[in-house]
Design a protein around this ligand. Structure first.
Ligand code: GAP
Length: 461
């Protein structure tokens, strides 16, 4: 079933996945906080990514860079000059919007083919005026001319607010990787082809953030820069595209809700040879989930030029020296989590009730198990089991009050794959009941083997 955003947001709040940021102060626009259940899911997605892209990818290395970087980095990367969106102000209601989004929506509605990606500010302004595009907030058609709006957050380092101390919150984690290319190659004796992976916060002063956690100003990215020999880049591009597609399915994202959109020539960044976006069918429509780009040797060459450091690579076997090409899959953690939530949500009609169940892949479910004593008198034994499971590193929860049926429903709503019930047969037989979330089927397992059972059934394949 397809969940609506309203239902999802309500469940996220009531069950502790995601709360509005600064909630008790009336919120702070487009900021969200992950609650006790949400942060487990969020961290499990990051762990799964790290496992697949670093731990299991033997040619890859991890990195964790500073958010604040030398401002020259952003000159070299082109972000200072060109990381901008086309902005228009509505003269009537003073709201701001992205001209390209508005033109794209108008073209789609009227089944027109408009090369939005290649239109400059003048062309966008002309289109808006000619077609009298209405403001999405007040409906009037009275916009200022389109201008460039740089998306980088500017801040000041130190105590003075002068230009010497100006710096930026990074708008992508990728540049920290390029800047450390030499450090990693030398210290890890990395041999091309290899990847450097990083998970971290990025910041963009988006003109139109929204759709819950889809587009934010503060978000996290999971990025890999894969360095390869020139002329092998397109092969690696295909390799990582397939790898990413499989990874999304391991997270429980359904194939039928994914599509790959290859950028056409006009849409490609000037340094990119190929770019594909994995798009997901969110409740508000198709949206970009994961961008995969062939960035060529552009970034390393630019950083070599601006820093004066040599950023080439000499093959120790052939002696050949070259600047590696780069394939970059870049995924927003929050967007991945939103897609996971949408695909996990289900409502199932039972005999007397409807149960809401989050069918997370067990490997990323917030809690792997819930320990439930059938009655209070059994709580000591259940408590013991619960503590032993936590000691084994299993993230689990404990629930005592309420009927067993109600307690199962609570766990279904947060997607706990297994409920372990300590009942009156536990004492004489040394066994517990394990109830599986999706099928609701139950089996009895030896109490001493239940932790292994949970670990075995919650592995990422
Ligand atoms: N280093 C390349 C890069 O940053 P991007 O297409 O701008 O490329 C990559 O971003 C991914 O980061 C997107 O596919 C999306 O998952 C996530 N992302 C980008 N902007 C975002 C935003 N404002 N809010 C949440 N996630 C965002």
């Amino acid at each position: 079933m397809k969940v609506t955003m309203d239902k999802l947001v309500a469940l996220c709040k009531s069950r502790g996945f995601i709360f509005a940021g600064s909630d008790i102060y009336g919120g702070f626009a487009n900021t969200w906080d992950y609650g006790p259940v949400g942060v487990e899911l969020y961290n499990n997605i990051k762990k799964a990514w790290w496992q697949k892209f670093v731990t299991e990818s033997e040619n890859n290395f991890g990195l964790d860079c500073a958010i604040l970087m030398n401002p020259k980095v952003w000159e070299a990367s082109g972000h200072l000059a060109g990381f901008s969106d086309p902005l228009m102000d509505c003269r009537a209601c003073k709201s701001r919007c992205r001209a390209d989004d508005l033109v794209e929506a108008y073209a789609a509605k009227h089944k027109m083919t408009v090369p939005v990606a290649s239109m400059d500010n003048d062309a966008l302004s002309a289109f808006v005026a000619e077609h009298k595009l209405p403001c999405p907030v007040c409906g009037k058609s009275d916009f200022t001319p389109v201008k460039k709006f740089n998306l980088m957050f500017k801040t000041f380092q130190g105590v003075t607010e002068d230009s010497v101390s100006t710096c930026y919150l990074r708008p992508e984690t990728a540049q920290g990787i390029f800047v450390n290319f030499k450090n990693v190659t030398r210290s890890a004796r990395a041999r091309v082809p290899f990847g450097i992976c990083q998970i971290g916060k990025s910041f963009r002063n988006e003109i139109t953030p929204g759709n819950f956690i889809f587009r934010l100003r503060e978000f996290e990215q999971m990025e890999m820069e894969f360095f390869c020999k020139p002329d092998t880049d397109l092969e690696w591009f295909e390799y990582w595209k397939n790898y990413c597609f499989e990874f999304l399915q391991k997270l429980g994202i359904k194939k039928e809700n994914l599509r790959i959109r290859d950028h056409d020539k006009a849409e490609l960044s000037f340094y990119s040879k190929a770019t594909s976006d994995f798009e997901y069918l969110f409740p508000f429509g198709w949206g970009e989930l994961w961008g995969i780009a062939d960035r060529t040797d552009y970034d390393l060459k630019k950083h070599a030029e601006f820093s004066g450091e040599k950023l080439d690579y000499t093959d120790p076997v052939t002696g050949e020296t070259y600047v590696p090409y780069v394939v970059e899959p870049s995924l927003g953690t929050g967007r991945a989590l939103l897609a996971v939530l949408c695909d996990a949500y289900d409502e199932e009609q039972l005999e007397k009730e409807t149960r809401t169940v989050m069918r997370f892949a067990p490997a990323i479910a917030p809690y792997k198990a819930a320990v439930l004593p059938l009655q209070k008198a059994l709580s000591e034994r259940a408590d013991h089991l619960y503590r032993a499971m936590r000691k084994r590193g299993i993230t689990c929860t404990y629930d005592l009050p309420g009927s067993i049926g109600k307690r199962y429903r609570r766990q279904d709503e947060i997607g706990t794959p297994f409920c372990i019930t300590v009942d009156f047969d536990t004492e004489p037989t040394g066994t517990v009941t394990v109830r599986e979330r999706d099928s609701m089927s139950q089996i009895r397992i030896d109490e001493s083997k239940v932790a292994d059972y949970i670990i075995d059934n919650c592995k990422l394949d």
